[in-house]
Design a protein around this ligand. Structure first.
Ligand code: CP
Length: 330
């Protein structure tokens, strides 16, 4: 995680430090973790899943501020329960009831909240908002989803794959949907760190951001992973171990609903598509699902679905992230 111990960090760390000179950890995107740090967070999550209350005194007395500007079921509840299992209290914050609604900046808000709270989690729209919060906060910040990144989801995805296959290194996965989506971006960064081979099937016009792709490929040079692209879902899934279905119309694009339903109509993960993957391939979905749209109920509820395990793993991975960030920053 982005802590002073992250010696291999390739860029200058200009974040504010507290009076002790330590810098707060952050998880704004998966690539905030080195592959080694990611592996450590997942290993701890597995331990926490086996012994959920084994760390209940580790962050006793600490407070997590929870700001959700978009709806959330999994992320909100998993972070709240994770904090509780670490002995923390949570402080739900509504931006409409804060001075943010009257023009106070995220930076000034972060500076003040850092004197009350021990960590902050934010679900928001523009990624630069959570970036601004984290750049000024002197406590750890966790991105609970922005338009560009969804790191908490990808950690749960990797834990589910690890549990199912016993490894992630060398696994072959296909992502079927919008390559620019936060889920795809974070899953790519996760695959890069884990040394996985990812093929992304996206319609023309929904290509991955070049800087994200370049960063992932740099990581893959060290981990042995790879990423390729095709507009054809049937080509993407061939001989893969896992097929990831993605919603066609994300929360931040309601105005594009009609256009996206038309463009993504061939990007549905159904039994016929999953049958073209490997015989033991699993289906992934971050949920909530639009049944019959990007994924059929037959696949989602079928024997090859890992979606429910992905969702369950949001809790131990959130617990591991909070524990790691607080104990490397405090
Ligand atoms: N997958 C996910 O982030 O779910 P929520 O939107 O319910 O938090």
């Amino acid at each position: 995680m982005t802590t002073p111990q992250a010696a291999e960090r390739p860029f200058e760390d200009d974040r504010p430090s507290d009076h002790s000179g330590r810098r707060p950890g952050r998880l704004l995107r998966v690539s905030d973790l080195t592959p080694q740090e990611l592996s450590g967070v997942l290993a701890l999550a597995a331990e926490m899943k086996a012994d959920p209350l084994g760390w209940q005194h580790s962050c006793r007395g600490a407070a997590l501020g929870c700001i959700f500007e978009k709806p959330s079921t999994r992320t909100r509840v998993s972070l709240t329960v994770a904090a509780y299992r670490l002995g923390m209290t949570t402080v739900p914050l509504d931006t409409r009831e804060m001075q943010l609604g009257h023009g106070e900046t995220w930076a000034d808000t972060a500076r003040v909240l850092s004197t009350y709270l021990d960590a902050i989690t934010l679900r928001t729209f523009e990624h630069r908002t959570v970036q601004e919060l984290a750049d000024t906060a002197t406590v750890p910040v966790v991105n609970a989803l922005s338009n560009d990144h969804h790191p908490c989801q990808s950690l749960a995805d990797l834990l589910a794959l690890t549990e199912h296959f016993g490894r992630t290194q060398g696994l072959r996965a296909a992502f079927v949907g919008d390559a620019r989506s936060n889920t795809c971006t974070s899953f790519l960064e996760a695959c890069a760190a884990a040394g996985m081979h990812l093929t992304i099937a996206s319609p023309p016009g929904y290509e991955m951001a070049p800087d994200v792709l370049a960063g992932a490929r740099r990581t893959m040079e060290h981990t042995g992973g790879s990423v390729t692209f095709t507009p054809e879902p049937h080509d993407a899934v061939r001989d893969t171990d896992a097929v990831y279905a993605e919603v066609w119309v994300p929360m931040d694009r309601p105005d594009e609903e009609e256009d996206r339903r038309r463009r993504f109509a061939d990007y549905r993960v159904d039994t016929a598509l999953l049958d073209r993957a490997g015989p033991d391939a699993v289906a992934l979905h971050c949920l909530p699902a639009n049944r019959g749209e990007e994924i059929t109920s037959e696949v989602l509820d079928g024997p090859h679905s890992l979606a429910w395990r992905q969702a369950a793993n949001r809790l131990p991975t959130a617990q591991s992230v909070l524990h790691t960030l607080l104990n490397t920053s405090r």
